[in-house]
Design a protein around this ligand. Structure first.
Ligand SMILES: [Zn+2]
Length: 71
């Protein structure tokens, strides 16, 4: 599953953008938005950019999928 992933540099984004992505999350486990994430990793998978991190509340994986508008 992982071979199609292309790592991207999350830290290359502006500080403002990084903060926004770290705060604007959706956690499937908590079923709650904007709990925030830590340890963000950004990658490209099948033409879609994902930012993956750990939920600040439950530490489960949270995924943010970037649409074209967010580039
Ligand atoms: Zn959570």
């Amino acid at each position: 599953m992982q071979e199609d992933r292309v790592e991207r540099d999350f830290s290359a984004r502006s500080e403002e953008e990084q903060q926004a992505f770290l705060q604007e999350t959706w956690c499937d486990h908590c079923q709650e938005a904007n709990l925030g994430m830590k340890n963000p990793q950004e990658y490209l998978y099948k033409g879609i950019v994902f930012i993956e991190g750990e939920c600040n509340r439950c530490a489960n994986v949270v995924l943010t999928e970037l649409t074209d508008d967010d580039f």
